[in-house]
Design a protein around this ligand. Structure first.
Ligand SMILES: CC(C)(COP(=O)(O)OP(=O)(O)OC[C@H]1O[C@@H](n2cnc3c(N)ncnc32)[C@H](O)[C@@H]1OP(=O)(O)O)[C@@H](O)C(=O)NCCC(=O)NCCS
Length: 152
């Protein structure tokens, strides 16, 4: 970060390339189709409440991190149980400077202001680093949801 100021703001259409680029760096694989779909929902559904955020350098607007979630405004208003954090990523050159924590905090505060009481996320059980990151940020194993799977 070299002392530069990082601002957090709502994600917009122009952030597509930066988000895909950061995700590709951290995962070492491209997920273009996944983000195509995510951005389509983000911008086109009128039932969709904006929750996704980016972290950008104040100086030149470079996007260095993002968090994406989903929250739908359905027939009965905002679903209080229904918020998810789908994906988070911070550019490897900017990690370990508290940007991930700031993204989570602002994401959670924003959802809290909208009346959401619980936010769910799914992570790989074997990813101990990510598990540590989420538990530092006060996420804990769900008491009400378990992930089920079977082979086809
Ligand atoms: C997980 C991830 C988002 C964390 O981002 P980050 O910006 O590095 O997160 P933070 O800086 O808030 O916290 C990371 C660590 O840096 C430490 N840290 C925070 N500020 C710091 C600072 N100023 N100086 C040194 N260390 C610092 C934190 O204490 C934390 O350490 P800990 O893990 O021992 O608790 C990032 O590593 C990432 O993109 N990972 C890969 C993507 C991924 O797998 N996403 C999941 C899909 S849902």
């Amino acid at each position: 970060m070299n002392g530069s100021t990082i601002n957090i703001r709502l994600m917009k259409a122009d952030d597509f390339d930066a988000v895909v680029g950061i995700d590709e760096k951290v995962r070492k694989a491209s997920r273009l189709a996944y983000y195509d779909l995510k951005f389509e929902k983000l911008l086109e559904s009128n039932e969709y409440v904006p929750t996704s955020l980016v972290a950008e350098e104040e100086e030149d607007g470079t996007v260095v991190g993002f968090v994406m979630g989903e929250l739908y405004m359905g027939e009965y208003g905002i679903s209080q149980e229904g918020a998810t954090l789908d994906t988070i990523g911070v550019d490897p050159n900017h990690q370990h400077k508290g940007i991930g924590e700031r993204l989570i905090n602002e994401f959670v505060d924003h959802l809290k202001d909208l009346g959401v009481q619980k936010i769910n996320t799914l992570i790989d059980k074997n990813d101990s680093e990510l598990m540590h990151f989420f538990s530092t940020n006060r996420f804990s194993p769900s008491k009400t949801i378990i992930s089920l799977e079977r082979s086809p």
